[in-house]
Design a protein around this ligand. Sequence first.
Ligand code: AMP
Ligand code: ZN
Length: 501
Amino acid sequence: MNHYEKYPLHLTNSLSGKKELFTPVNAGHVGMYVCGPTVYSDVHLGNVRTFLSFDVVFRFLLHLGYKVRYVRNITDVGHLENDGDEGEDKIAKKARLEKLEPMEVVKHYTDDFHEVLRQFNLLPPSIEPSATGHIVEQIEITKKLIDQGLAYVVNGSVYFDVLKYNEHHNYGVLSGRVVEELMESGRKLDSQDEKKNKVDFALWKKASPSHIMRWPSPWSIGFPGWHIECTVMSTKYLGETFDIHGGGIDLKFPHHECEIAQSVGATGKPPVKYWIHSNMLTVNGQKMSKSLGNSFLPRELFSGTHSLLDKGYGPMTVRFFMLQSHYSSTLDFSNEALQAAEKGFRKLSNALVLIKKLVHPGGSIKHTALDDALLKLVDELYKNMCDDFNTAKTLAVLFEMSARIYDFKSGNTSLSDVGSNTFEGFKEGYITFMEAVLGLKSEEEHNQELLSGVIQVLIDLRKKAREDKNYKLSDKIRDDLKAMGVQLMDGKKGEMSYTIE
Ligand code: AMP
Ligand code: ZN
């Protein structure tokens, strides 16, 4: 039996604002799409919080026994400055300033993104499509929307006609925005504007002569709008209506509202059953963002070089810190909060190391109140996670469990006071929820993995140096590692291994 049959999952659907019972479109399968980063700058901790929230959703769905297809895109074109329809493409701008090819910018920041998420122990998605890899599909759906009378062409650009759409549908179902109010607020259209109404948004933009990212289309040489990429990539890999769409709450409007309008306009069907929005990481109550100048980079956190920090903190401590609050609440980042998180996480991670070593002596005894208490804790782990992925309450249960583990270790409670099945279930519950569901490893284990990764990088560098006949460098790598207690050994077939003294 899969866990999901025993533990029904409830989640807050941003469409209704209510907790709903989760029932996937196809029994046993879950399709999940999360808006990925626009790869034009270093990933900051705010970004990490959003992707971490969905990593836990992904992990828990897997643990419940669902077959999950998790699609998280890379935005490598079409996201303009100020999230609007005017201004420079964020990637093209960076490429211009750094005198690089746009795809060099994309590669560099995609690699950075992957590396940061790996450090925080996020699982990779099942598919990671990019917007530039789906230009053809974006053109196709734009044609379809023009054919339906829901989009119009002006000077080689194509815009979605929100007022037309709103005659038969509701532009605002997700965000609660009212079209009439949107039309009233802000500046009026001026004669320079191409749009019929200011609420309309771009599906395709004609490229100005200086715009470097450009593709041919029936309307002009240009580039796709930002919202259409997610409509195309989510429905291509997950179907016209799929289960979960996630993203930071700042994407609810206009990005996700526009996605719904595009899909409903093109297929007549709502694209998503459950919308989930994660809340922002703040610093002194303000959203962490590059443009506000209050962002923390992961490396500043690990090294403690940021002026707001008193020392460095490991990625697992930060992961724990983020999981202490519910994904839908804002979370304020501060030195004090991290210090407290470090203490708390140490308790849990020490208990994790301890319980792995505890072995039940065996033998059957009668079931006691202690057995009930331990099994109830495991049950609560599931129930809390099934209650809208409540990681904060789940961690509270893990703390209770860690106290029991310390009691077993100290002998306050004897292992033979509980049945071996109970103990195994308790042990498995603790380890599984720490590691597989919440993605927390002991910092020590995590550091070991990092260390072997770093040594492997040096081994590869040394191999390359030898191939290049740069023996000075290859010897230096070997000798410096040796001085630190890492002995490299050359194998017969050219492979290399190492021992640590
Ligand atoms: P961007 O870098 O703007 O493309 O954002 C990438 C993702 O990070 C989006 O899903 C945003 O919602 C999310 N994000 C940006 N800033 C924050 C923040 N301060 N806290 C949480 N998520 C954020
Ligand atoms: Zn998106």
